[in-house]
Design a protein around this ligand. Structure first.
Ligand SMILES: CC(=O)SCCNC(=O)CCNC(=O)[C@H](O)C(C)(C)COP(=O)(O)OP(=O)(O)OC[C@H]1O[C@@H](n2cnc3c(N)ncnc32)[C@H](O)[C@@H]1OP(=O)(O)O
Ligand SMILES: CC(C)C(=O)C(=O)O
Length: 554
């Protein structure tokens, strides 16, 4: 049995004045990517300089305006990467790079050495403030811990004085989620007093869920409490830096935005320490799916996956929101049926608003237009098979025919597993289009006779013998049916008939679907005909159905 008694419940803030539950996300926050720092520091094999450059270029392409590019005082590779960006003039003027450093003078001095030549930089200092870390890591009381933050701020101020570019300070009370809010506020206010930010020269206060310790609502309470208690709130950019230890990093971020956060630090696909940082892409796509501009260029998800996987050497899970290979695919029958109907309704209504059951967004909006929405296996139903026939091959099978054809495919899927669209089409062709025994259509000439009748002059093969026959009916199909009955005695009734065009212009064809009942046996089946001429398509469909009836009787 799990020894749950070894764990104590994390105390949560008693904050009945909370307002965030009544709010909605209205706009994108300031996004800051920490892929090259927090993401990188958690990799089994940290990125080499060339990989970091590729990742940096991807982040620029995605539209990040704030990018934490590393901890340049930590290692030569971090330092060299930063210098490479500067020396190769790769930092656009509208992008602010960010560097992380502890509140220690030799590290801050080295950091300022590294950032020489950059026009504007966020220098991000941090120190742990949680009750646990104060006790077991630093063995310091609140005042001593506060002194580390004040000293760090003083040092940045000192080095910033001689720095030719603009320095923006970011301070993180690291392990904020394990810190009493009154102490977190006290230490942030001390940094604020030392730095003296203004509304035109703001201080970034970053409140990390260094370890996610509670349900997201408890984090939101902490963020709202801080936001409402800061002095000179308009001189502060309130940033959050959620991790995902409980698997709720995205929810925590969204609630933190309701609670007043202005800025979000996170990574692509949530790479980062332990269970990762918050997945910035999912938070952004969630906004997009609610009709909010995410203010990132996210229309090519496959390219993002490809570069991320190459640089980080971590695969994106097949079920990862928006990006996973299977997230826009349905195997199960009822989902496929609803998607099929939803897509059809969308087209028919020419609606500008995307609303399709089971598909929160249109995959083509994120560059996934060539991927299958519907894949067929033994869990699939008739709607799914009909969807494949329509979306891949343009055959709009009539509703009454779905069951008949799906039963053929289901039999195959039960034996072999997944059935690819190409195989579905081959089976369709063999079942309906290339079936020429015992009947084979050769030629027909139909003419209207008077106002209501049609005369058919038909040539066909029956059991290998060429037959030429004429008959009159109330339309081309009826006259052909009568002609066939004259020679073979087979008496049929049409139960259902539909037709549609396939393709456009001079290559356009017609597809006809007919359901025929054999009056003698009581059997009924569909037949399908395709031709550039609609009458010929419908006659072919009659022959297809007759052959299928004959097959049934064998
Ligand atoms: C939550 C986060 O992700 S924070 C970022 C974490 N990222 C990294 O640590 C990656 C890069 N870090 C490193 O390469 C190294 O830790 C360095 C280069 C920064 C420092 O290296 P070292 O000084 O050799 O070792 P280390 O980090 O263990 O230093 C611990 C000392 O720094 C002190 N310290 C730790 N954090 C801070 C801080 N934020 N500010 C001031 N002092 C600090 C500790 O109290 C400890 O002091 P002690 O030696 O008196 O006990
Ligand atoms: C440095 C801080 C912001 C950090 O990475 C964390 O708390 O996770």
């Amino acid at each position: 049995m799990l020894n749950y008694k070894r764990y104590k419940r994390v105390p949560v803030l008693n904050y009945p004045k909370r307002e965030w539950p009544n709010k909605e996300i209205q706009k994108a926050p300031i996004w800051c990517s920490v892929d090259l720092r927090d993401g990188n520091q958690a990799l089994i094999e940290p990125m080499v300089v060339e990989e970091k450059i590729e990742m940096f270029q991807l982040l620029l392409k995605l539209g990040f305006k704030e990018i934490e590019i590393g901890f340049p005082a930590a290692s030569q590779i971090e330092y060299d990467f930063l210098r490479e960006l500067v020396d190769r003039n790769m930092i656009p003027d509208d992008v602010v790079v960010q560097v992380l450093v502890q509140c220690r003078e030799h590290l801050i001095a080295r950091t300022f050495e590294a950032i020489q030549g950059i026009k504007q930089v966020i220098v991000h200092i941090y120190n742990s403030t949680s009750t646990l870390q104060r006790d077991v890591v630093f063995n310091k009381n609140r005042e001593e811990i506060k002194e580390i933050a004040i000293e760090g701020t003083r040092l940045v101020k000192k080095y910033a004085k001689d720095f030719p570019g603009k320095i923006i300070l970011e301070y993180s009370p690291e392990s904020f989620t394990g810190t009493e809010v009154d102490f977190a506020l006290d230490i942030c206010t001390a940094v604020q007093n030392e730095w003296q930010p203004t509304p035109d020269n703001k201080l970034i206060i970053n409140l990390p869920a260094t370890v996610e310790m509670t349900t997201p609502n408890a984090y939101a309470d902490q963020i709202e409490w801080m936001s409402r208690n800061f002095k000179d709130r308009d001189s502060i950019i309130l940033s959050v830096h959620p991790h995902n230890d409980r698997g709720t990093g995205i929810a925590a971020t969204e609630l933190a935005l309701l609670a007043g956060a202005d800025r979000v630090e996170g990574t692509l696909f949530g790479n980062g320490e332990r269970t990762g940082n918050v997945d910035i892409l999912t938070v952004a796509y969630n906004m997009f799916s609610q009709g909010i501009d995410p203010e990132l260029e996210l229309d090519h998800i496959n390219e993002i996956v490809e570069i991320y996987e190459r640089c980080c050497k971590i695969p994106v899970h097949i079920r990862h929101p928006y990006a996973g290979k299977l997230v826009f695919t349905a195997f199960s029958g009822s989902h496929q049926d609803a998607i099929n109907k939803g897509v059809r309704a969308l087209k028919e209504r020419k609606s500008k608003i995307w609303e399709v059951p089971y598909l929160p967004i249109d995959p083509s909006d994120v560059g996934r237009e060539y991927e299958p929405i519907v894949r067929i296996n033994s869990q699939s139903g008739k709607g799914g098979v009909a969807f494949v026939m329509d979306s891949y091959y343009g055959y709009k099978l009539p509703k009454a025919m779905h069951k008949e054809f799906a039963a053929v495919i289901q039999k195959i899927s039960e034996e072999q597993g997944e059935v690819a669209p190409e195989q579905i089409m081959d089976v369709f062709a063999n079942e309906y289009l290339h079936i020429n025994e015992p009947f084979e259509f050769v030629k027909v000439k139909v003419e209207d006779v008077g106002d209501t009748d049609t005369h058919a002059d038909l040539i066909f093969k029956y059991k290998g013998e060429i037959i030429s026959v004429e008959a009159v009916g109330n339309g081309p199909i009826d006259s052909v049916k009568r002609a066939i009955r004259k020679k073979t005695g087979i008496d049929t009734k049409v139960l259902d008939y539909t037709e549609h065009a396939m393709g456009e212009g001079s290559h356009a064809k017609a597809a006809a679907y007919i359901q025929i009942l054999d009056r003698k046996t009581g059997n009924a089946t569909f037949g399908v005909g395709v031709s550039s001429n609609i009458t010929r398509a419908s006659i072919r469909a009659v022959f297809s159905a007759l052959n299928r009836l004959a097959k049934k009787e064998q």
